[in-house]
Design a protein around this ligand. Structure first.
Ligand SMILES: Cc1cc2nc3c(=O)[nH]c(=O)nc-3n(C[C@H](O)[C@H](O)[C@H](O)COP(=O)(O)OP(=O)(O)OC[C@H]3O[C@@H](n4cnc5c(N)ncnc54)[C@H](O)[C@@H]3O)c2cc1C
Length: 401
């Protein structure tokens, strides 16, 4: 048995854990990150790579710090720290398929503008001047210049590399198998490795409820399956990130599909309630799209029916996609919380225990901001005001044995 000492142990090598490890190491802390598989082996390496928000607005809250804060961190990772993560601030276009969706988009845009955000509705002709392959028969497109894209695997690994450059030790194939409070610190076990640390940060995404059980806590994070498909590589044909207003308009009126599920899913058990769409063209030329959000436990098998529905939806927005074949598919598990908000902050039931998870379907774009805010809390001992909205104690309970 080997015993090692560390200021902070970060559990989980997704974008949240790796970015937190980077900020902690940059602040001079002695950091060990433990990942049970590979860095970016789960959701952080399997997502669509869409990032950014609508702007900082007049009164930046949690969402703005997570979206726009992360956008700045992605930029600095590529531009200042010199990692090619295929970052582009491309802007985004959201397809509006019906008069009902158009009415909802108008309400949403006027609300966002009143909050100081940069967003507008374009006619199909205006949108086609930005993105020539769009369908001109739709009702319009919502445009935001602040959105961007980056490669998920390259980005997550770059955070881990910068953490290592600043002294962090990153260990893969190191599943955490036991946790125990010892005085004010922690004993963390990974098979025959034992770590003593002062501070423990849990960033285990969809698997966080399993970690909670190790220390008698119910941390209600549920795994939600997302899935994607890709075409062969093509010359550049799509320049923005592309999505659809269909699901937003549905979830605005029906946020919960059934009382046991987290908000904003595409399915109520086996029944599809809405279609959801997001995608882009990667730097290697592949066109990638995805959408479904299903609550199926830890089952991450791809549903080909879902892929077909999603491909048809994508073809309604970009008709040239109808001529192309799907060359590969994949899926991943997203960490959803019961109220749709993340859990980032101190866990009050124990000393020196912190959590950063529950980022749902947009944790790639909001992960670096989460890593920065939780690292700042650990280093300074004081929470940024934006974290009031994400306090873990609102949802965590002790398990009564
Ligand atoms: C198909 C799909 C498309 C998506 N598209 C987008 C998008 O375009 N934009 C966007 O912003 N978000 C998107 N997301 C969501 C985003 O990927 C996630 O919200 C985000 O990656 C979560 O990051 P994380 O670090 O919390 O979790 P993860 O990336 O899942 O990392 C958690 C890590 O913890 C490790 N772990 C778990 N248990 C243990 C243990 N006991 N010991 C050690 N390690 C452990 C896991 O192996 C894993 O590597 C998408 C997700 C999917 C699946």
């Amino acid at each position: 048995m080997r015993v090692l000492n560390s200021d902070v142990i970060v559990v989980g090598g997704g974008i949240v854990g790796c970015s937190a490890a980077m900020f902690l190491a940059e602040a001079g802390m002695d950091v060990n990150l433990l990942e049970r598989g590979e860095i970016s082996g789960e959701a952080s390496g399997l997502n669509a790579g869409s990032i950014g928000g609508f702007g900082w607005g007049h009164k930046p809250g949690l969402q703005e710090h997570l979206t726009m804060g992360s956008l700045d961190i992605f930029k600095s990772l590529q531009i200042e720290k010199g990692h090619d993560i295929e970052f582009r601030q491309s802007g985004s276009l959201v397809a509006i398929h019906s008069p009902k969706q158009y009415e909802y988009a108008q309400e949403r845009v006027s609300f966002l503008k009143s909050e100081g955000m940069q967003v507008e509705i374009l006619s199909p002709a205006e949108a086609k001047s930005y993105e020539p392959n769009l369908n001109s028969d739709l009702n319009g497109y919502m445009y935001s210049s602040n959105r961007g894209q980056a490669d998920p695997i390259k980005s997550t690994r770059a955070f881990s590399e910068v953490a290592k450059r600043n002294g962090a030790v990153v260990t893969t194939s190191a599943r955490v198998t036991g946790l125990e409070q010892s005085g004010q610190g922690w004993i963390v076990r990974s098979y025959d490795l034992v770590f003593n640390c002062e501070v423990l940060l849990i960033a285990t995404g969809a698997w966080t409820s399993e970690i909670g059980k190790m220390i008698g806590l119910n941390i209600p994070i549920q795994p939600v399956r997302g899935q994607m498909w890709a075409t062969d590589s093509l010359p550049p044909r799509i320049f923005h990130t592309i999505s659809s207003m269909e699901s937003s308009e549905y979830w605005h009126k029906n946020p919960i599909v059934n009382e046991d599920s987290p908000p904003e899913l595409t399915h109520d058990r086996d029944l599809r309630v809405t279609r959801h769409l997001y995608g882009r063209q990667r730097a290697n030329g592949e066109v990638i799209f995805g959408g479904d959000r299903e609550l199926l436990g830890f089952d991450d098998d791809v549903s080909f029916t879902g892929i077909e529905v999603n491909k048809t939806h994508a073809g309604e927005v970009l008709p040239f996609l109808d001529q192309l074949s799907v060359t590969r598919t994949w899926s991943g598990l997203m960490p959803f919380s019961p109220d749709g908000l993340p859990l980032i902050g101190r866990v009050e039931q124990y000393e020196n225990l912190f959590l950063a998870t529950g980022l749902g379907s947009s944790g790639f774009g909001r992960g670096p901001g989460s890593g920065m805010l939780v690292a700042d809390l650990i280093v300074r001992g004081e929470a940024h005001p934006a974290l009031q909205e994400s306090t873990p104690s609102r949802l965590i309970e002790e398990i009564n044995s």
